[in-house]
Design a protein around this ligand. Sequence first.
Ligand code: RAM
Length: 366
Amino acid sequence: MKKRIVALLMCTAMVTAMMAGCGNSGSSTASTDSSSAADDGSDDGAATDGKDVTDCTFAIVPKSAGNPYNEAEAKGFQEAIEAAGAKCIVSYPETATADAQITVLQSLISQGVDSITVAANDENALQATLQQAMDAGIHVSCVDSKTNADSREVFVNQADTSLIGQTLMDAIYDITGGEGQWAILSATSQAANQNAWIEAMQNVMESDDKYANLELVDIVYGDDEPQPSTEQTQALLQNYPDLKLICAPTTVGINAAAKVLQDQGSDVKITGLGLPSEMEAYVGEDNVCPYMYLWNPIDTGELAAYTAMALVSGEITGAAGETFEAGDMENSPYTIVEASDGGTEVIVGDPFEFNSENIAEWADIF
Ligand code: RAM
């Protein structure tokens, strides 16, 4: 996992390569103006290939505003797009709901952007709107939280879903000593990423007797908002006096829950996915959160930007097996692979453990 986002020196080379690829394609629409960038809709749903990215506008629609994770992701996206000489629009929906995202998506379609990257608040509810975008020649990809396979060209997945499930279950097993009651504090009930990780955790539990003495007593939803997450944590503590651990696979939830546990002097432990900058005060062997995991959200946004640019330039179509360069990113070149939902994805890297040894240095970064 990369520590610092350095100036994207490779960008110039990449843009040059993209422009060259565009010229070679024979179907270049390099003169497309960013203010009227959507094509005329004359193609049959497949987006148009071979644009010069420096003439194009790339939009990112995160899950919601006011969440530092989403802001870090958008920052990585914006920096890479602008370093390539293209235009970036960051459009936050008002709430972490599909309806709020549809409003934002409709506006981007009317503006005629060339590419939309969305962190979906619902796996299926955006389908009609995203289809409308693709029909208008706009490239559609996902980051962080995916839509179904029909509503995207490719998904930029922060880490392999099964690996996240296994990693979190290993942490739960280790911190509880392998037995006792535990609960999940998630984001919204519709969040595709959290739901996939929860399912992956449940699959791990069912796949091995090793986890037989761990009892998952409840899954509650704090809607990726601090106050509801706080209230849900308080309710868990009240409803399950024998609770040993809460796992929150959301940066908002883990932060809110850690504060409740620390304020109450509770013996219940927390782990999950958290931002080091928000969790520094709670992470450590004798603290409420012995250790937790995440990845670099800035890198995730950056790879989403390179993916969107490669789609727009015609370098990739989003098909499994395609490979593309992503500037100076650690694992570049990246290869698109089959996803378990029948679509495709590109994986940023592995989940990373944050503990008392490394939390301070990462807290300065995100
Ligand atoms: C929250 C959001 C985001 C997720 C992280 C781990 O910030 O739900 O989608 O990826 O947690």
